[in-house]
Write a new protein. Structure first.
Length: 225
């Protein structure tokens, strides 16, 4: 018997030896169930029925028997035919995932739209508040201008009152001086009238004496005749 060549032996070895994979693959069928069994034969016991799109972890794959040992997400381990496995999800599952992503994107877009509306409302409110603050600022500036004008007028009035008070004080001093002078003049006038009255009385007294003496002399002169 001729010995086998090395390439042929290597091919048989690879065919008969299970291949360790440890990858996630998906069940791909069209409206049928794939049976997970306890062994690599259709006679082995069925552990679980898998549907199209179910994800399993491939533990090892036997290329010769076309069976793969897999583990379901609930921890169940068994064997299914490798031809029902694919590294990419089936179109139906991809469509479902895309629809889910699309729904998520729509929710995000709606949420972003609400946030944009809220930001626009907040911006409008900020603009309104800004306009109100500008109006208040202009009113405050006008009030400040009025206060400054009133303050300037007040200072001018105070200065005028000060000048008037000085003038009043001077007039009061002048009035006091004039009153003192009038009092002095009254006293001088009274004294002058008193002196004049005394002089008049004295002159009248002297005249009276002289007149009396003249009369006596005339009588004496007449008596001598």
């Amino acid at each position: 018997m001729r010995p086998l060549s090395f390439p042929l032996m290597l091919l048989l070895t690879l065919t008969l030896t299970p291949v360790a994979a440890q990858t996630t693959q998906y069940v791909t069928t069209e409206d049928i169930k794939v049976m997970m069994r306890t062994g690599t034969s259709l006679n082995n016991k069925i552990l679980k029925e898998l549907g199209s799109g179910d994800a399993v972890t491939v533990i090892e794959e036997n290329l010769a028997s076309d069976w793969s040992q897999v583990e379901f997400e609930d921890g169940t381990r068994g064997y299914i035919l490798s031809r029902f496995l694919s590294e990419v999800p089936v179109a139906r599952q991809q469509l479902s995932e895309l629809q889910g992503r699309f729904a998520q994107q729509q929710d995000q877009i709606a949420q972003q739209g609400e946030e944009i509306e809220q930001l626009q409302a907040s911006l409008a409110q900020e603009k309104s508040d800004n306009d109100a603050l500008k109006t208040t600022l202009r009113a405050s500036e006008q009030e400040l201008s009025g206060v400054r004008s009133a303050a300037e007028n007040t200072l001018a009035i105070l200065e005028q009152n000060k000048q008037l008070q000085t003038t009043l004080n001077e007039l009061q001093l002048e009035r006091t001086r004039l009153a003192d002078e009038n009092l002095e003049l009254k006293d001088s006038t009274r004294l002058d009238w008193f002196v004049r009255g005394g002089a008049v009385c004295l002159i009248a007294f002297v005249i009276g004496i002289l007149v009396t003496r003249i009369r006596w002399r005339k009588r004496d002169s007449w008596g001598s005749y």
